[in-house]
Design a protein around this ligand. Structure first.
Ligand SMILES: *[C@@H]1O[C@H](CO)[C@@H](O)[C@H](O)[C@H]1NC(C)=O
Ligand SMILES: *[C@@H]1O[C@H](CO)[C@@H](O)[C@H](O)[C@H]1NC(C)=O
Ligand SMILES: *[C@@H]1O[C@H](CO)[C@@H](O)[C@H](O)[C@H]1NC(C)=O
Ligand SMILES: *[C@@H]1O[C@H](CO)[C@@H](O)[C@H](O)[C@H]1NC(C)=O
Ligand SMILES: *[C@@H]1O[C@H](CO)[C@@H](O)[C@H](O)[C@H]1NC(C)=O
Ligand SMILES: *[C@@H]1O[C@H](CO)[C@@H](O)[C@H](O)[C@H]1NC(C)=O
Ligand SMILES: *[C@@H]1O[C@H](CO)[C@@H](O)[C@H](O)[C@H]1NC(C)=O
Ligand SMILES: *[C@@H]1O[C@H](CO)[C@@H](O)[C@H](O)[C@H]1NC(C)=O
Length: 407
C-alpha cells in the first residue's frame, strides 16, 4: 500500500534528518558522560500494554524504578522503564510496523542509552500455525519475513492457475522469487544465541487455560494439525510480519509458502505478528552506526490464537467468535519463559554474554548490509556478492522500481 509505505518513510526520513542535524558527539555513546547514559544488559521490547504489564510487579526486578522519557517514542508510551541500576530496561513500541520502526529507531539513536552491548528480547504474542505449534507455545525465530510485502489481487480476481492472490514484487507468479527487493523482506538473527534462549525457556513451567485445552483439541481432527492439538511447549520456528492481520487456512498457507520462498527453503513459518521486521530494520541501521550489536537479538513470540480454523469451522468463527483461550496463557508465558532468558543472560554475563555469543550463521538482512552473504537470498549490494542493481520501469509506468538481479 503505497500511501502507507510513504507515510512510514516520511516519518523515518524526518527522524533521520533530525538525527543527522545533531552533532555526532551528542549521538555517540562513547562521548557521553557516564552518569546520564544508561547501559542496559537486557532490553525487553513489548508491542502493547498487556505484553508489558506481565513484567511489572514481579519478584525478580522492578522495571518501574526508573522511567526515562525518550524523544520519538509513541505519545501513548513515551517512557522506557528500567531497573534502578539500569541493567534491565523495557518499552512499548505500539502495534504494527510503523510504530515499531519509529520507536526502535528513536531508541537506538537516542543519546540517553549506550546499547552497544545490550541484548534485545522481543517478547510479544502472535498468531500460530497449528501445523507447527499451539496456543500458549513459546517460539524463538531465526528468520523474520515480511510476508505481505507483495502485490495482492482481490480474491475475486485471482487468476485460475494461481494458488493465492499474493505475488512477490517484481514477479508475475506467486512462486517466483521476488525480483524487486526493498531490503526488509527477510532478517536472520544469531542462531547460537537462539539455541541458548531456547534452552533457558525450556526450564520454565508454562501457563495454560481450560478454554485453550478445549479449543486446541478440535485440531486433532486433521493429521496436519497434530502439533496444534498438543500441549504448549517451547519451539524453534519463524515469524511472519504483516500489518494486515490475516486469518484463514488459505492466506496462512500462502504466507507459509512465502516464508519458504523468501528464505530459499530455510524458514519454518509458525507465528504471525505485526512488528518484527520493522524492529529488526531499525536495529540493523543502528548496528551499521555502531550503536547496537545485531548479534544480540532474540525474537520470542508466544501463541495467543490460531491463524486458521480447525477442519469444519468457518474462518470467521475462528477469528471473531470462538473462545480460543490462548490470550492469557500467551501473555503469562512471555514472562514465564522470558524471565528465564533474562536471568540466563544476567547470570552468564561475565562468563559469556559481556563478550558476546558469536553467530555461526549469517546474520542481517537480505542485502547483506552487515557483511557476509545471506544464506537465503540474493546477497549484497554493499560488498562483493554477485548481485547487480538494475533500474527498471514498473508495468504501466506507475513508478520506477529498483530491482536486484543475479549476474
Ligand atoms: C514510572 O511510570 C509508571 C507508569 O508508567 C509509574 O507507575 C511508576 O510509578 C513510575 N516510576 C517512577 C519512579 O516514577
Ligand atoms: C519481516 O518479518 C517477516 C515476518 O514477519 C520476516 O519474514 C522478514 O524476514 C522480516 N524482514 C525483516 C527485514 O526483518
Ligand atoms: C497462468 O496462466 C497464464 C496464461 O496461460 C500464464 O501466462 C502464466 O504463466 C500462468 N501462471 C502460473 C503461475 O502458472
Ligand atoms: C495461568 O495464569 C493465570 C493468570 O495469572 C492463572 O489464573 C492460572 O492459574 C494459571 N494457570 C496455570 C495452569 O498455570
Ligand atoms: C502452497 O504451496 C504448496 C506447494 O507448492 C501448494 O500446493 C499450495 O497450493 C500453496 N498454497 C497456497 C495457499 O498458495
Ligand atoms: C563503526 O566501527 C567500525 C569499526 O570500528 C568503523 O570502521 C566504522 O567507521 C564505524 N562506523 C560508524 C558509522 O561509526
Ligand atoms: C568470536 O569471534 C571473534 C572474532 O572471530 C573471536 O576473536 C572470539 O574469540 C570469538 N569468541 C568466542 C567466545 O568464540
Ligand atoms: C537457494 O538455494 C540453492 C541451493 O539450495 C541455491 O542453488 C540457490 O542459488 C539459492 N537461491 C538464492 C536466491 O539464494
Amino acid at each position: 500500500m503505497p500511501s502507507f509505505h510513504l507515510s512510514a518513510w516520511l516519518l523515518l526520513a524526518s527522524l533521520l534528518s533530525h538525527v543527522l542535524a545533531n552533532p555526532v558527539t551528542s549521538l555517540d555513546p562513547r562521548h557521553k558522560k557516564h552518569h546520564d547514559c544508561t547501559k542496559p544488559k537486557v532490553f525487553i521490547i513489548s508491542m502493547f500494554p498487556p505484553e508489558a504489564d506481565v513484567w511489572y510487579g514481579i519478584p525478580e526486578f522492578d522495571l518501574l524504578a526508573r522511567n526515562i522519557t525518550v524523544p520519538g517514542l509513541s505519545p501513548l508510551y513515551p517512557d522506557a522503564h528500567c531497573t534502578s541500576n539500569g541493567e534491565v530496561c523495557q518499552l512499548v513500541t505500539g502495534e504494527s510496523e510503523i510504530n515499531a520502526a519509529t520507536t526502535i529507531t528513536s531508541l537506538v539513536f537516542s543519546p540517553l542509552f549506550d546499547l552497544t552491548t545490550t541484548y534485545f528480547l522481543i517478547g510479544g504474542i502472535a498468531g500460530i500455525s497449528p501445523e507447527v505449534a499451539t496456543l500458549g507455545s513459546v517460539t524463538f525465530a531465526r528468520y523474520a519475513v515480511q510476508v505481505a510485502l507483495q502485490y495482492e489481487f482481490d480474491a475475486r480476481e485471482i487468476p485460475d492457475n494461481f494458488t493465492t492472490g499474493y505475488v512477490p514484487q517484481g514477479s508475475t507468479s506467486p512462486t517466483e522469487y521476488p525480483q524487486s527487493i526493498y531490503g526488509t523482506e527477510v532478517f536472520e538473527v544469531n542462531e547460537p544465541l537462539r539455541q541458548l534462549a531456547l534452552s533457558y525457556a525450556r526450564t520454565a513451567t508454562l501457563n495454560d487455560s481450560a478454554a485453550a485445552i478445549a479449543y486446541r483439541a478440535n485440531y486433532a481432527k486433521s493429521p496436519l494439525y497434530t502439533a496444534g492439538s498438543q500441549a504448549p511447549g517451547v519451539v524453534a520456528c519463524d515469524v511472519a510480519t504483516s500489518d494486515v492481520y490475516y486469518s484463514g487456512a488459505l492466506l496462512s498457507e500462502a504466507f507459509a509458502n512465502t516464508t519458504k520462498l523468501f528464505t530459499n527453503g530455510s524458514g519454518l513459518y509458525c507465528t504471525t505478528a505485526q512488528e518484527d521486521n520493522a524492529t529488526l530494520e531499525a536495529m540493523l541501521r543502528a548496528d551499521l552506526n555502531n550503536r547496537t550489536d545485531f548479534s544480540r537479538i532474540i525474537i520470542m513470540r508466544t501463541a495467543s490464537d490460531f491463524d486458521r480454523p480447525f477442519p469444519g469451522e468457518p474462518a470467521t468463527v475462528n477469528l471473531f467468535y470462538a473462545d480460543q483461550g490462548g490470550f492469557v496463557p500467551a501473555l503469562q508465558n512471555i514472562y514465564l519463559a522470558g524471565i528465564k532468558v533474562v536471568e540466563g543472560i544476567l547470570g552468564g554475563w561475565d562468563t559469556t554474554y559481556a563478550k558476546g555469543v558469536n553467530a555461526t550463521n549469517y546474520i542481517g538482512d537480505i542485502f547483506g548490509s552487515l557483511g557476509g552473504k545471506p544464506d537465503f537470498g540474493p546477497g549484497s549490494e554493499f560488498n562483493n556478492n554477485p548481485v547487480v542493481l538494475k533500474k527498471r520501469g514498473m508495468r504501466r509506468g506507475r513508478r520506477m522500481g529498483v530491482a536486484l538481479a543475479r549476474k
